[in-house]
Ligand binder design. Sequence first.
Ligand code: GTP
Ligand code: MG
Length: 1095
Amino acid sequence: FVVSGICLSIKMKTTNIRNLCILAHVDHGKTTLADSLVASNGIISSRLAGKLRYLDSREDEQIRGITMKSSAISLHFPLGMNEYLINLIDSPGHVDFSSEVSTAVRLCDGAIVIVDAVEGVCPQTQVVLRQAWLENIRPVLVINKIDRLIVELKLTPQEAYIHLKKILEQVNAVTGTLFTSKVMEERAEKESEKQGPYENSGGEQIYDWSAGLEDTDDSHLYFSPDQGNVVFASAIDGWGFSIHQFAQIYSQKMGIRVEVLLKTLWGDFYLNAKAKKIMKGAQSKGKKPLFVQLVLDNLWSLYDAIVMKRDKEKVEKMVASLGVKVAARDLRHSDPKVLLSAVCSQWLPVSQAVLTMVCEKLPSPLDVASERVEKLMSVGARRFDSLPERTQELKKAFLECSNEDAAPVIVFVSKMFAVDSKALPQNKQRPLTQEEIAQRRELARQRHAERLAANQVSENPDGLSAEMEVLKSEPDKEESKEHFVAFARVYSGVVRRGTKVFVLGPKYDPAQALKMLPEGCSSADALPSVPHMSCCTLDSLYLLMGRELEELEEVPSGNVLGIGGMEEWILKSATISTSPACPPFTPLNFEATPIVRVAIEPKHPSEMPRLVKGMKLLNQADPCAEVLIQETGEHVLVTAGEVHLQRCLDDLRERFAQIEISASKPIIPFRETVIRRPKVDMVNEELGKQQKVAVIHQSKEEQYKYPEGVQVDSSGLVTLTTPNKMATIGVRAMPLPEEVTQLLEANGSLIRTMEQFSLSMKEGKALEINQRTLESIQDFKGKLESHLQGRKWRDAVNRIWSFGPRRCGPNLLLNNLESYQRPSVWQCLEGERVPGTALRDFDNSIISGFQLATLSGPMCEEPLMGVCLSVERWDMKLPSLGSHQDSMDGEEKVSDGDSKQKAAQEPWGAAEAYGSHNKRWPDVSVDCYGPFSGQLIAAMKEACRHAFQHQPQRLMAAMYTCEIMATAEVLGRVYGVLSKREGRILQEEMKEGTDMFIIKAVLPVAESFGFADEIRKRTSGLASPQLVFSHWEVVSSDPFWVPTTEEEYLHFGEKADSSNQALKYMNGVRKRKGLYVEEKIVEHAEKQRTLGKNK
Ligand SMILES: Nc1nc2c(ncn2[C@@H]2O[C@H](COP(=O)(O)OP(=O)(O)OP(=O)(O)O)[C@@H](O)[C@H]2O)c(=O)[nH]1
Ligand SMILES: [Mg+2]
């Protein structure tokens, strides 16, 4: 039985193991290709390969025809004298599931990148190439669906050759940019940049990746058939080849050496029949390139004879000359495709071509690069050489990938996936032996195959689910319980059942743990509890076989495996080791931002506990879904997109909660911002020149009554005094330049690192920061400075007090107090520790107030973005000595000894008095501490809100970018849908060599629900867009706008409540949040206003 064979071969030499994943844009044929590879091991019949999509084991995957979860299968492949074990992971291509790609890529050493020969390089192709690059794994290329060039596009072999050459160039251009940006980065450290900017925008620019790079050998990075890292294939028809195969064939036939053919079969070479020589310059001389003459022509005539002309005689001749055997049944078959794949899969079996390439070109686990190991081991801002010595020593274990007993076990779990307990091998009823089960399975498959063949349907979901039911036993509602299996890979040592191990969470710190744990301890000992570490025993180990699991006793180093029984210890990902010195692996690179949120409720309120449990399970089972309970008590699910949302809801209903649930409409996120005061009104007339129409049309600001204690001066400075009159704060709001907001957004994690540094400085420790990170911080600071120019922003960068919300967001708090010096947020850059400029008392309260204000703005309690709040006044009054105390956190009081010495003697009072001093009053009345800092926080928050409201306010909407491929006939309809949904076309171009147009557009997330479906319907399935979150954009209309000038009055009427997009959005959010909505006033504006006035 095959599977048991695999079980044995898992003890294979490490050099003969290949861990790889299949990556591509959606629908380029990953799962179809995987079918052929699976069929080569006899797990499914080769007749079904390409129809079954065996690795798409979920019902919804079969129905929708897209993969949603990555799944693994182990295959066995003999090549020459060697036997190989191939752990293959099929990944989804749809953007919504790109987190599944990240979890797959992490466990692999290599990847098969597939590109559709018609569609070429698509957005997700670029993304997966980047992901492979970021994880340092080596890719090989399969250009798939070549049959479409013949049958659909009806290209001639010569045209097809040029087309294929273009695709290769496109793919290499992407690799080129990745490579160039890395080399440039490294080079920039050594010499000053000479080459000019290298934008890695991945668009249609000229990739001048050769300039200045001559001395860096990069040939192995590029795809080229003569390098042996490209296979041309049609997965559905079961054929594929690399030029090695043809070189072999023709070197016998024509007596040319293989090496010569290898170099010339691809490229600008032709055969000079007279001279019996291969010459260069086919193009310029108008000759047929060798590739066309020897390879493509043959394929084309085969398709011509079998599919187009159905020429029986010719086919028989060809079959004979190829030396393949075709069953009479296939020869007579009414569908020519059956004959075609029967012939092709024997002549040029795709599995042979692909697996040979994989074994020859992809690295084994032993070839792991030292650079990759260091990257895996250094979490966040930590640098490898700052790790404890014992941790650094583990690098050797990674590199050796040893199976010795002494080698430490190191395993990485990249995700948890749920399986029904019935599907676990130990729970299968076993009155039958393995062989009998296999036979039954085979029978079931044959029955299914016959059904399929009879129906001629490949997408009949019922048939497949029927088969799935045969494989699974009847699910028993009561007993079925979800079990989680960890998707993992062994990096060092042998994993045995029953081994005791440490489970290390993503935040585990080996330095801290080694200090706490006794020397030489093991996970079997009784140990003190260490944060983010737990001990457990590995109960069950599984071989992952697509839809099935096979139990194993042990798994040697270098393999991919499943580990059962870990759900209590691992949430989503973790590192498992027998050594406490092992660092947690760096977090996965997730490309998708979860953006679509819905609130979820059970249909019957009494079922709440089941929902809560179900959501917990879902959270664990999905790498990217987020489950949270909002302050309001709502249960919220955040997903990457519509398709992902649908899958999560299905999972909740059918597996995890098994109850009826209702989901709210997607909650659309917005941001609030302020803009520069516009100079023209809504009808583009200059403001200030016209008469205000009437009193009732006064603009919002003028109507706005500020509450007591708040003053606003003409320049927009808002001053506010705390209720106890002890402090007065003056704040002004300003819009940040757009570039600055973008910078802040892009550098969130850097800012967080800086924040951590400042915190640890306050505690008196200095955090070790990676040199690379320091450089990026320096660079970030430089860029901020270059964008914050002009009088208004003088010295602004050095005056940054904090970022917000959550201390890392895209808003700034500026310290514009003349006399207050505080430690800069950039202090981590200052190298030597500066003798701390002391913080003023209550510094933290100001920051907290700012954080609160930026977390939810006054328009509809959504976070602020791109707003600068500058503190220009901060007076404190002291009613009596001793009633003040520093609001600094406790730690500082303990550790900050020197500030006490410096504490100056001036009494509290005038603003300038607090300068740079830290007051400590010995006689503190403790109870003032809380209430006062509370008042100050509230006052600061209010001051920020009023300052914000004093400026022209705008909403910002989240935007998707999408690329739509459509034919000319449906282009108009695509545009129609886009414009109806407030989309904006950025670009439209013809895809070379096809009749397809590529349209790039942006579209508000708020208008995107059902967009993909609508496009598909309107174009009868011809265009299908991929939506990717791109950026935030200001909604141009003013939600508070009412006509104020004569022109506006004429143009919009008095009510002007017709179509204010921003107001619609804002009120939508307010309604959802249960905030007061002014809408009703607008409905009957006049009446209401009159009433209001008469009151
Ligand atoms: N003409 C042609 N169609 C193919 C070929 N390979 C795959 N297809 C078809 O392309 C469609 C998508 O194939 P899949 O294998 O599901 O694609 P995928 O890359 O796994 O898609 P996702 O997992 O959703 O990203 C199916 O309808 C296949 O029948 C091929 O070589 N030629
Ligand atoms: Mg797939």
